[in-house]
Design a protein around this ligand. Sequence first.
Ligand code: GMT
Length: 380
Amino acid sequence: MKDKMKIGITCYPTYGGSGVVATELGIELASLGHEVHFISYAMPHRLNRFVENVFYHEVETSSYPLFEHSLYDLSLTSKMLEVIEYEKLDLMHVHYAIPHAVSAYLAKKVIQKSKKNIKIITTLHGTDITLMGLEPSFMPLVKFSIEESDGVTAVSRFLKEKTLTNFNISKEIEVIYNFIDTEKYKPSVDKTFRSHVASSGEKILIHTSNFRVVKRVTDTIRILEKVRKEVPVKLLLVGDGPDRSDCERLARELDVQKEVMFLGKQDALHEILGVADLFLMPSQSESFGLSALEAMSCGVPVVSSSVGGLPELINHADTGFIAEIGDVERMAKYVIDLLTNEKKYKQFSKNSRDRAVLNFEKKIIVPKYIEYYEKILSSN
Ligand code: GMT
């Protein structure tokens, strides 16, 4: 087994959690001396600086009048082939099954024609299994690409079980949780930003997401509307996406527009999270909840729905509270309870930070990926 591996990583490069995990994993592997090659259609958003041992290969799609639709999956396969061959990769690690695991499978088959091999590891993140992958037209392809991967990881026990049952698969799937840099995401000491957004000493609720239907962002505004009757409070909404206009409309309808601040997409999330009091995650589906972990690492307790992998992250009545999807009444009660009970709040905040540090710190989780790579590379 080689000490230092050459690893190809394919992910969605934009704001989604799978891209964040893939990019942070690549950066961490590179810092440990492995050579990492990102293959995607754009520079991963967290890779916004020079990083030693990290290389980026952009997938260009060809345009030709006959191709009414972009042939991204095939262009990705071709780029994988090129990088696998010329950079002599040991393995390809693809994040999010569709279409990455399919392109990787195809690349492997082409490579095998010239009597060479490459190991493919697929990490399942969430909606590739719980939403998109369940579309009848995609289902057989997702099942096939998972079964044909040399190794498969899922970001929670929940997602592993869902994959096995939804796709009727009997393959071994390794659970490797999301991770966090707890030195970067830490409780904030600089209260300047806090004084800007909550100048009268209001408590701060926060939510960060891509504003997709699955996140139920409007629930955060309904929660705020109930909480403000008991506690002076502001809600910071970070991110952007299809549901943002609905949220703005609802804030006006409920007459809470002064208490809700839409911050849009932000890079310095760790600084913003650090000044908040509570994180709200009312999602309809969440395989793990990376943004909740980011908040916990900053010492911010989470009030969430009881879906997917969230109960594997959030300890109810210890690091936050969990309620039924859509039960904004109960979520608001939990928020009021924590915001009006200082001793309890401090304990929850400490428990959240401790849980992130002791269980999900990158130095604990990234070695699990390396061990898994070694296991797959030494298998036949
Ligand atoms: O579907 C999304 O919300 C985006 C998705 C992604 O792949 O970018 O996020 C998923 O992956 C994250 C990283 O593993 C998880 O922490 C999120 O819980 C998961 N989102 C959902 O399951 C909805």
